[in-house]
Ligand binder design. Structure first.
Ligand code: PMV
Length: 324
């Protein structure tokens, strides 16, 4: 029996668009931070996975058994091309709502690949490729701290690899509050949303031109621990990602009323100086960054101003280590 745990990651510069759909090769590089939950509630932003030899490949996700889907098959096929291993029963549990914009597929595939790495020897690049074949963003949950996933240029994806570029200990004061504003499944999957954007958005090509600069500037802000620069770049990238979603036709909306309230609250709070940043993935839940000194007042702000938000819907995180 091989066991692994993988955290979620949140993209600071988003991956949105595929240059190869079946290999999950992205149209742009992305930069993320791996999150470690630091509240001791039942809600932990991790996936726990156990694999064991079995007479056929099967998956039990959150207690429900099914045959492996195409993405899992693709991931297992690649792993078996490196070194053969027997059929496996995969028991996997998300300690948070699945498919609610909390990147459950990212932690899920990172945990699967890490558990299988107990059965066969895999190097970091092979793990990154295997996780990416399951879900693009999963290749970032394997690694610690701030993680860069290079889009690569090869058609076989051999250079589309993620790696940790800044260790978690670099910026210990940086906190992330995850506000769970809705646990509902998203109406448009990220795969379907990306495809629509790539084929229909007129703004999308101009985003692609700018992403390398966004990444370079953000890396500099992180290296210098410059929170206000960091915050502006992170919020702008999130807004631009949601703008290209809305520029797709028919438009794709991932934010809801509560998400928009969060955006207004943050800009109001930042009027004098920039102390909070938001980012949203393909879902309405908010990821709020702040420095430790601001944590308590940030929590109070959202608890008092977002109708229905309770302490139990806020998960406190720090920059953490990847799958293990
Ligand atoms: O890895 P996927 O297919 O779930 O796509 C993730 C896309 C975003 O979460 C919206 C952005 C990102 O870089 O994680």
């Amino acid at each position: 029996m091989y066991e692994a745990e993988a955290p979620v990651n949140i993209a600071l510069v988003k991956y949105w668009g595929k240059r190869d759909v079946s290999l999950n090769l992205p149209t742009n590089s992305s930069l993320s931070v791996t999150l470690e939950t630091c509240t001791s509630s039942d809600l932990q932003l991790v996936t726990r996975t156990i694999v064991e030899p079995h007479h056929e490949d099967s998956v039990i996700l959150n207690g429900v058994e099914s045959a492996p889907n195409e993405r899992i098959k693709r991931c297992l096929k690649y792993l078996r091309s490196i070194a053969d291993f027997p059929c496996v029963k995969v028991r996997t549990e998300n300690m948070f709502p699945t498919a609610a914009g909390l990147a459950s597929s990212a932690s899920g595939y990172a945990a699967l690949v890490t558990a299988i790495s107990g059965m066969i020897p895999l190097d970091a690049n092979q793990k990154s490729i295997a996780a990416r074949l399951g879900s693009g963003s999963a290749c970032r949950s394997l690694f610690d701290g701030f993680v860069l996933w290079e889009s690569g240029i090869q058609t076989d994806g051999s250079d589309s690899i993620s790696k940790s570029i800044i260790a978690p200990g670099h910026w210990p004061e940086l906190c992330c509050l995850v506000l769970i504003l809705s646990a509902a499944e998203k109406a448009v999957s990220s795969a379907a949303g990306m495809e629509r954007t790539v084929h229909t958005s007129e703004l999308f090509p101009s985003r692609l031109e700018k992403v390398p600069d966004h990444i370079a500037h953000l890396l500099r802000a992180i290296e210098q621990r410059d929170f206000s620069k960091f915050a502006e770049l992170v919020m702008r990238d999130s807004n631009q990602f949601h703008a290209v979603c809305m520029d797709s036709y028919p438009p794709v909306f991932y934010l809801n009323e509560a998400s928009r309230t969060v955006i207004h609250l943050v800009h109001g709070y930042n009027r004098e100086n920039v102390r909070l940043a938001y980012t949203f993935d393909a879902g309405p839940n908010a990821f709020i960054f702040c420095l430790e000194a601001e944590l308590q007042s940030a929590k109070e702000l959202f608890l008092s101003q977002i109708p229905g938000l309770a302490t139990s819907n806020i998960v406190e995180c720090r920059v953490g280590r990847g799958a293990h």
